[in-house]
Write a protein that binds this ligand. Structure first.
Ligand SMILES: Nc1ncnc2c1ncn2[C@@H]1O[C@H](COP(=O)(O)OP(=O)(O)OP(=O)(O)O)[C@@H](O)[C@H]1O
Ligand SMILES: [Mg+2]
Length: 386
């Protein structure tokens, strides 16, 4: 099924008897195939917003449009079959096996057995659970495993809209990162419209095409792509929420290949020294970089190495750190800092020099216009294309 557009128009929710609204005049649009991340402090109305979308609870005022059509005009049961929902407390059916849980919606939709079974296998593989677990009951899994089954169940019938309420909340950092990456890769293929709730601003920055930051009382503080949020926080609340290291967080949004690298004079042992002088004129780093026969970096040459007629193997320093085109800028910066180096050779997949990463190139990237930064779906698609 194709992705749907989602629009919240002046949405408010006032729970009966509550002194204040849980959601107050919330408006936002999510484009088809986009990931919108809702973040904000506990109790700010994130789960409430999700439940209004699939009509588990009813709006007090305003409207929600799915593909331009008001959810108020839809039958709640029919609507819920069209919307995948991974809920915060997981909510698996305790008396059904994992396989039965995952096939809940396909069964409601009347899929035949073979197709449902194939889909269950496919999803177990996707979430990284062994097939043998399919016959178990939820109580026989760990909390993190149950949460992954919840994600699989939400994806089962290939819905055009997915609501995911802290889907990776109970998962350890290593598996969480694996799932996030897997999920972004999958999204590069599926291009679902996704509303994703998290407490974790780093997860929001990684996953979101756009991030909605909510304040207490369900008031929207800012709705913007991650880079914009980090560069131009709308107010003090957003600034505090994204953290004082927001400039560094921006570095997590880009890879080494995304920025303008410096040019190095790459030379080989035995090369005429006159040639080195010529190459240096054209380079951004004032030391020649010695490479081997395959173009792999060996180290930075000393002056002595090319005082004679031809280049000798006389290093000023080794080539550390060597960074890769696919490295995240934040990681590349830590490598430079760890090696106490102002620059490091950048290598491609084959290990050959593709340029030089310098502290100056990094600070230039930090000053870049946020609109130039790729969105997570674009990044995922670019990685798939490789
Ligand atoms: N059924 C309910 N009846 C009355 N008040 C409710 C109900 N459900 C939630 N609330 C209140 O509405 C507000 C928003 O709750 P909600 O569950 O949407 O927050 P949340 O942002 O998802 O929080 P968390 O991050 O802790 O999951 C809270 O003040 C909560 O106490
Ligand atoms: Mg919640």
């Amino acid at each position: 099924m194709d992705a749907a557009t989602l629009e919240l128009r002046n949405v408010s929710k006032h729970y009966p008897g509550a002194p204040k609204p849980a959601i107050d005049d919330l408006s936002l649009e999510v484009g088809a195939g986009e990931i919108c991340v809702l973040v904000g402090p506990s109790g700010c109305g994130k789960t409430t917003a999700m439940r209004l979308v699939n009509r588990m609870i009813e709006l007090s005022s305003g409207d929600i449009l799915l593909d331009g059509r008001s959810v108020k005009d839809r039958k709640p049961a029919e609507l819920r079959r069209e919307i995948g929902y991974a809920i915060q407390q997981i909510g698996l059916f305790p008396h059904q096996t994992i396989a039965q849980n995952i096939s809940t919606v396909p069964k409601l939709l009347g899929w035949e057995k073979g197709r449902t079974a194939r889909r269950v296998d496919e999803l177990l593989e996707l979430i990284g659970l062994d097939r043998s677990l399919a016959k178990r009951y939820p109580a026989q899994l760990s909390g993190g495993q149950r949460q992954r089954v919840g994600v699989a169940r939400a994806l089962a019938a290939d819905p055009p809209l997915l609501l995911m309420d802290e889907p990776f909340g109970a998962i350890d950092p290593i598996n969480r990162e694996r799932l996030q990456n897997e999920f972004l890769r999958l999204q590069g293929e599926l291009r679902k419209t996704i509303v994703f709730v998290t407490h974790d601003i780093d997860e929001a920055i990684k996953m979101g095409d756009k991030i909605a930051i909510l304040k207490e009382g369900g008031v929207l503080a800012q709705y913007a792509p991650p880079a914009e949020l980090l560069t131009f926080p709308a107010d003090r609340f957003v600034e505090d929420f994204v953290g004082s290291d927001r400039a560094l967080k921006r570095l997590a949004l880009q890879r080494v290949r995304d920025i303008d690298l410096w040019k190095a004079a790459t030379v080989r042992v035995g090369e005429p020294s006159a040639e080195v002088a010529r190459k240096l004129e054209d380079a951004d780093v004032k030391y020649p970089l010695l490479v081997d026969d395959h173009g792999k970096p060996i180290g930075w040459l000393s002056q002595r190495a090319w005082q004679g007629e031809r280049v000798t193997h006389d290093l000023r320093s080794n080539a550390d750190p060597i960074v890769e085109l696919d490295d995240i800028l934040r990681d590349a910066l830590s490598d430079l800092l760890a090696k106490d180096s102002r620059y490091g050779p950048v290598v491609d997949k084959d290990g050959c020099v593709a340029g030089v990463l310098s502290i100056e190139a990094l600070s230039h990237a930090l000053a870049a216009n946020p609109e130039d930064l790729p969105s997570p779906s674009e990044r995922a698609a670019a990685e798939l294309g490789e």
